[in-house]
Design a protein around this ligand. Structure first.
Ligand SMILES: *[C@@H]1O[C@H](CO)[C@@H](O)[C@H](O)[C@H]1NC(C)=O
Ligand SMILES: *[C@@H]1O[C@H](CO)[C@@H](O)[C@H](O)[C@H]1NC(C)=O
Ligand SMILES: *[C@@H]1O[C@H](CO)[C@@H](O)[C@H](O)[C@H]1NC(C)=O
Ligand SMILES: *[C@@H]1O[C@H](CO)[C@@H](O)[C@H](O)[C@H]1NC(C)=O
Length: 345
């Protein structure tokens, strides 16, 4: 696939739901004497609605910052041995024009960011960090033979609702790409809901499980990242069609009867990511570390796109001599070793 084709579609103005709010993960300019309003107005890349959200719900900002951080770190970890390794740029549009490109990678980031927001808000809620919410009491009801929900389930409904109001622009006229992006936002929220676990604890004399309390909680975010990565691999290419005055996504392959909100959807095929495409904030695979003995996606042949690669000795830093410090952190030293490393040319 030729990169110039991407340049053409990137130049088309598109109305979209932005991922620029993720720039908060890179914010370093805040100083203690700034007022809340000054902080909100200084967030570059945020829409006016998001800045208003910041001013009205400032207590959420720490949580939204955490959500942006885990979006970027989980994305990097899921894609670390891929040609597109989730690189971000330092400008406010952390993914440059990738969000508007309609490619599969964009679909993944949309869903991941929406999942991260749902996740962080739900966690903050359970930990009592947000004034307006607490854990979910509606699940507090007796179930079979004395077991009961303890009433402190993670409040996923609240997390999903706030994430939706923060991310989804309420526009009446929806551009085609916006319909696609909103689908992926919803897929991201739903993946949290679908992967809630039931956890239980026994009570009773000498360990007899006479009464059991149960509650529902979220899995670790890396499990969510892995689920979304699987959906990325199985993502469905779609067209946007108008039906009864409403736009909706329709699988390009007509053999796929119905599309659900469990799937990631994308519009355009991805470039091969072998060479830099600055507008998508991708750097190509030059100098990337590859695995000479692997036959998978991290193999030198695939990662280097058939270009040559060189193996040389490099000094590699790693964590070592870790000690547990009371209480509760692990402190490590940085050690160095000399190791063979293979990199793409
Ligand atoms: C905040 O403090 C810094 C110095 O610490 C100062 O340069 C800056 O002007 C102050 N900003 C405001 C809005 O007061
Ligand atoms: C992604 O690849 C670029 C070079 O292609 C590299 O500079 C960057 O460190 C990589 N990012 C991660 C998270 O490995
Ligand atoms: C390279 O790939 C081989 C085979 O898949 C694997 O056993 C090995 O751990 C990999 N090495 C690194 C450094 O990831
Ligand atoms: C780590 O511990 C080992 C054994 O206790 C010691 O020989 C080594 O010097 C330590 N390394 C560092 C960097 O402290």
């Amino acid at each position: 696939m030729k990169n110039w084709i991407y340049l053409i579609f990137l130049l088309m103005p598109l109305c979209h739901a932005s991922l620029s709010w993720l720039s908060i993960a890179h914010v370093t300019h805040l100083s203690k004497n700034m007022s809340q309003v000054q902080i909100c107005d200084s967030l570059s890349g945020w829409t006016n609605i998001q800045k208003k959200f910041c001013r009205e719900h400032f207590d959420f900002m720490d949580t939204i910052y955490q959500a942006a951080k885990i979006t970027l770190s989980e994305c990097e970890s899921q894609f670390k041995s891929r040609r597109w390794n989730c690189s971000t740029s330092s400008n406010p549009n952390v993914f440059n024009r990738l969000p508007e490109s309609g490619v599969r990678e964009a679909a993944f980031v949309y869903a991941l960011s929406s999942a991260a927001l749902t996740y962080s808000i739900t966690s903050a809620c359970s930990e009592g960090k947000l004034a307006g919410c607490s854990c979910d009491e509606t699940k507090k009801r007796p179930i079979r033979n004395g077991h009961l929900w303890s009433g402190c389930s993670d409040n996923i409904a609240y997390g999903m609702a706030v994430a939706e109001s923060f991310l989804d622009p309420r526009l009446r006229k929806r551009a085609n790409l916006l319909v696609v992006n909103l689908h992926n936002f919803e897929t991201g929220r739903k993946v949290i809901e679908k992967n809630m676990n039931r956890q239980c604890k026994c009570h009773g004399v000498s360990g007899a499980c006479e009464i059991k309390t149960c509650w529902r909680s979220m899995p670790s975010f890396s499990i969510i990242g892995t689920k979304l990565k699987e959906k990325y691999d199985a993502a469905v290419q779609v067209n946007v069609e108008r039906k009864m005055n409403q736009k909706r996504v329709v699988a390009r392959n007509r053999a796929l009867a119905s599309l659900s909100k469990n799937e990631l959807v994308y519009v355009r095929n991805s470039p091969d990511f072998c060479r830099p495409i600055p507008r998508l904030a991708t750097y190509g695979t030059r100098d990337r570390v590859c695995n000479k003995t692997s036959r998978g996606i991290d193999s030198c042949d695939l990662l280097c796109c058939g270009r040559p690669y060189v193996t040389q000795l490099e000094v590699v830093a790693y964590k070592c001599n870790c000690t547990f410090k009371w209480c509760c952190s692990v402190i490590c030293k940085e050690c160095k070793k000399i190791q063979e490393v293979t990199r793409c040319r």
